[in-house]
Design a protein around this ligand. Structure first.
Ligand SMILES: [Zn+2]
Length: 289
């Protein structure tokens, strides 16, 4: 068991040295997408689906984004080649179909799933068979935690903010100890509970989707506070960069700039968050990068 870790460590050291000359690679573990049918122009977004894809390509190239976890949508084939396929539907598939899609590589990550939008949590019985399959097959779960958009209960009447509390995940972590899971949005505004959960369960990872580009003052403040504490408590190794980029490619760009701007994080902390932790978590084959 030890050998691969040593090799991986050597790889990271080499990568950090090499990275000093070029643009250092980034992995976005929380990306969304559209199809020609689902894309629509929203204020400030690129006018057409093709424009959207082109602008995203530009951001990927500028910031050397070498991998992404994509929940839904289509990008051009060459970009898709470096994306893990997420399955984001809130509707639970038949388990045989679920397994078939995993075998076909069409579900490489289960998520972004949002049980709280339907008045549920991952600990509800309905999820049990899927959690077992994900644990057996090594499929990571990307779970929406924390809050949803303001007034989202008007669209999803069963949505409850309280169901976004990361602590509600505890029974799942105990029942499926080998499950790979990351808490999207780091559970904000319940980030103290995220930290408590990370402290007690070393298998818990988080991503920083939306919290780095949010214009809301409370979220900006909590995101910084979360990162300061995660650093203070030596848990940076389980934080992954994610953008939660939707219609506006600048969200991805702004998220990168925001993380770069934090002086309390060292270069190595940032490298771990932007890249190394995701390589470990998703066991990515990065030789080609
Ligand atoms: Zn998302």
């Amino acid at each position: 068991m030890k050998k691969p870790y040593i090799l991986l460590l050597l790889f990271f050291v080499a990568k950090m040295v090499l990275g000093q000359d070029g643009i250092k690679p980034i992995i976005d573990v929380h990306l969304h997408g559209f199809t020609p049918e689902t894309y629509k122009f929203i204020e400030g977004s690129p006018p057409t689906f093709e424009d959207f894809k082109n602008e995203m390509r530009k951001v990927f190239e500028t910031y050397n984004i070498v991998y992404a976890v994509k929940s839904g949508g289509q990008y051009d084939e060459d970009m898709e080649a470096n994306m893990l396929e997420g399955y984001e539907s809130n509707k639970l598939l038949d388990t045989i179909e679920f397994k078939r899609l995993i075998k076909q590589g069409k579900i490489q990550v289960w998520g972004e799933i949002q049980p709280m939008f339907n008045g549920m949590t991952l600990a509800d019985d309905a999820y049990a068979p899927y959690l077992k399959i994900c644990e057996q097959e090594g499929i990571p779960i990307a779970l929406h935690t924390g809050r949803g958009p303001t007034n989202i209960h008007l669209r999803y009447p069963n949505y409850r903010l309280a169901l976004g509390d990361p602590l509600l995940l505890e029974p799942v972590l105990i029942k499926y100890p080998k499950l790979k899971i990351y808490l999207m949005h780091a559970g904000l505004p319940f980030y103290e509970n995220t930290l408590a959960l990370m402290d007690s369960y070393p298998q818990v990872f988080v991503d920083l989707g939306w919290i780095l580009y949010s214009y809301r003052k409370i979220t900006q403040s909590q995101a910084e506070d979360f990162l300061r504490k995660v650093k203070k408590y030596d848990m940076i190794d389980r934080v992954m960069f994610g953008s939660d980029c939707m219609y506006w490619p600048d969200e991805l760009e702004n998220s990168i700039k925001k993380l770069e701007s934090f002086d309390f994080l060292t270069e190595l902390d940032k490298r771990k968050i932007f890249y190394q932790n995701a390589v470990m978590f998703f066991q990515l084959d990065v030789k080609k990068n």
